[in-house]
Design a protein around this ligand. Structure first.
Ligand code: ADP
Length: 351
């Protein structure tokens, strides 16, 4: 917060040279992201403590999720000379499961973030296999490791291995306690094996709930997506704020994408009705006149298969679930990260 307030004041100085301006703005962005992640963690802990966390299971393909996580974290790994690998022993058919995607993704993201944070160079490998009706996940690194006496303690709130480490590496000491709470809610277990200076492997399990899909040719024909993508996809961006729209336009500028804008939910519904060539919607939730929930609900009446990714401001777990309940296929939280946005769009357009 100190860095955000302090450096923001410098930006107004007309005499500030461009190089410094860029550097300060990078510091502000980084500090905002850190602050947001602390707020995220604190709200998650409060929600867990008050017993408000609910399990929301839906059908997902686990292999796609692992692949997406690999794409998301690979950039970070490359910049710090760490080789990031992932492995799944599940076939794509076996990987069709029912689970709470948000929580599993959050736990994996947290373990991957930690593994990359505490590994200066070398490798981080993650993956999943089936073991006795459970899915067993692992995140393995050759980083600084954790002394045995801390193996239980680090799952408690605000616990970090040592103060000097926390200063060097940052973080709030909440990620593992949140992960543990989520995994226990999902009826699984989380544990680790680790040795100082050698590395750590974090494991967790969740019940394996496969979905047996009918893959007969006839069924496949029926399941063909209603929209066939030929040429450049058309994306409708429902966004009332000009600056947010400009940012999205910038993010998507290099891709061969046609962008159409709606400034509220009513316009989004109307544009969608009159334009059958829209391939995907980036739907802001908080908009004047008609919000993104209502617009999604109405669009679903005539375009049930159209991929809709909700863009949400800072959201609680129940808000995220609400977005999915109203019919969005996925969501992305603001501030939007370009790589995450692109991989989510790619995933939805591939369906
Ligand atoms: P944070 O990472 O924000 O400090 P966590 O609850 O995720 O909070 O982790 C608690 C502590 O456990 C970390 O501060 C660190 O000391 C230790 N830790 C977690 N993962 C690793 C890892 N992969 N390698 C070394 N230490 C780790």
């Amino acid at each position: 917060m100190n860095a955000i307030v302090g450096f923001s004041t410098f930006l107004n100085d007309p005499l500030l040279i461009q190089e410094k301006r860029e550097h300060f703005s990078d510091i502000i962005t980084q500090s905002c992201n850190q602050l947001l992640s602390i707020i995220d963690d604190l709200v998650a802990i409060a929600t867990i403590e008050t017993g408000q966390v609910k399990i929301q299971e839906r059908e997902i393909n686990l292999n796609s999720i692992l692949k997406l996580l690999h794409e998301q974290f690979n950039l970070k790994a490359q910049t710090q000379n760490v080789l990031l690998g992932f492995k799944t022993t599940l076939s794509d058919l076996e990987a069709n499961i029912r689970t709470d995607e948000t929580k599993v993704t959050e736990v994996l993201s947290n373990l991957l973030n930690n593994a990359l944070k505490f590994t200066r160079q070398g490798y981080v490998n993650f993956g999943c296999h089936i073991k006795d009706n459970f899915l067993e996940f692992y995140v393995d690194d050759n980083g600084i490791g954790i002394p045995p006496e801390m193996h239980d303690e680090i799952f408690e709130r605000f616990r970090q291995v040592e103060v000097s480490t926390s200063r060097k590496f940052g973080g709030s000491g909440l990620g593992l306690s949140i992960s543990k709470a989520y995994i226990e809610l999902l009826c699984g277990k989380i544990w680790l094996s680790s040795e100082p200076d050698k590395g750590s492997v974090f494991y967790f399990t969740i019940p394996y709930k496969p979905i047996v899909k009918d893959i007969s040719p006839e069924n496949q024909k029926n399941n063909q997506p209603a929209i066939v993508f030929e040429g450049n996809p058309t994306i409708l961006v429902a966004e009332d704020e000009d600056s947010n729209y400009m940012l999205l336009k910038e993010f998507l500028a290099d891709l061969k994408i046609n962008m159409i804008r709606a400034v509220n939910g009513i316009e989004a519904v109307e544009i969608c009705k009159s334009n059958p060539h829209i391939d995907l919607i980036l739907m802001d939730i908080k908009m004047p006149d008609m919000d993104g929930y209502e617009a999604t609900k109405r669009i679903r009446e005539f375009r049930p298969d159209l991929p809709i990714i909700a863009q949400t401001a800072y959201t609680s777990q129940s808000d995220k679930n609400k977005v999915l309940e109203y019919g969005c296929n996925d969501f992305i939280s603001k501030p939007i990260q370009k790589d995450l946005l692109l991989s989510k769009i790619k995933e939805q357009l591939a369906h």
